[in-house]
Design a protein around this ligand. Sequence first.
Ligand code: PLP
Length: 403
Amino acid sequence: MSDQPASEGPMNLPVVEPAATTPYAENTRAVHAPRPDLSAVRPLGLPTYRTAAFEFERTQDYADVLGDRKPGYSYSRIDNPTADAFALGLASLEAHGLDRPVAAQVFASGMAAISTVFLSLCRSGAHVVAPAAVYGGTYGLLTHILGRFGVDASFVDMTDLETVRGAIRDNTALVWAETIANPTTAITDIAGVAALCRDAGVPFAIDSTFAPAPVCRPLRWGADLVVHSATKYLGGHSDVLAGALVTAKLDDAWAALAQLRHDEGAVLGPVEAWLLLRGMRTLYARVERQSQTAFVLATKLAARGVAVDYPGLQNHPGHAVAARQMQGGFGGMLSIRVADPLAVVGKLRVWVPATSLGGVESLIEHRASVEGPTSPTPKSLLRLSVGLEHPDDLWSDLVQALA
Ligand code: PLP
């Protein structure tokens, strides 16, 4: 409502003109409260565009934006400036070292991003190749939900390229991998899988939640689509749920993913997007420090005779591949195998027993308990997500708990 009189008083303080000069009743003025003139305002920090819809002078303008004939924002289930800012920020990280345009789409959670990929790329009768050690949520989606719609999945050893090649069929719609497998820390040879997917003409998507930039940028190694649970390292503070897809192939398949995201409404809210933008500013500082601490802890654990899986250790089966495709350290995730894992968790004081990962606080999880009796994860395995505490405190807490 433009004709609500508002002006500036002494010291630039906002004032409204006398109520008697407005033609509107008090409750109408409450609904359409006057706003300061923001047309020349350029905030240094991005505002949270906490709005479901955007106003237009003319219906035709709004119809043109909605119909993609004009740039702009109409409705936040389609696009929102704060969510777009997060998408642009993430795309610029993944674009590092590439000479092609890169784009990102952002979602309400990692699983929202993952389910949108499968729903968009798979038809009834389609087949998916995925790692045997795939994240449990992805496994559940493929077997319990997509199975009902006639989508078949083969779960294979993703570290063995010949096995992956042999698993691809004529009806394979997608090969799915994880940069670092959860929780085994097995490493996918991204360039190797990408090459055989290119030969077979099958799209290749990789969940890189465990290895965000600067650790790994899978587009550089030939992945078609990078998937993130932004809940983890990108947000970094364990206070937001979000997901993202990133690509350098701006084709019809990418547009179809955006259409499905709009239609299913799995979009990222502006408040979450703002938290992610805040978190992403410290992503490099956090991840570099977490990688350094994880490396120190893994080295000390191995020297103490504890069975430890960390891609940065030379005896890790995927170390050579990891050293080639990870350029900002080996990440903050490691796993150990101990005789009495639950007793160890019970004694820890600094490490927090909780699910999730990638936050500022160090977390420990016994995946076999979480996954239940059919869990493929060894019962002895504990997954550690290294946070930002002092390495000495993390180490002495582990030592007293392992004693
Ligand atoms: N991918 C991996 C590797 C994960 O660890 C998780 C969650 O733990 C997800 C995807 C799902 O993400 P979200 O919980 O944000 O839906």
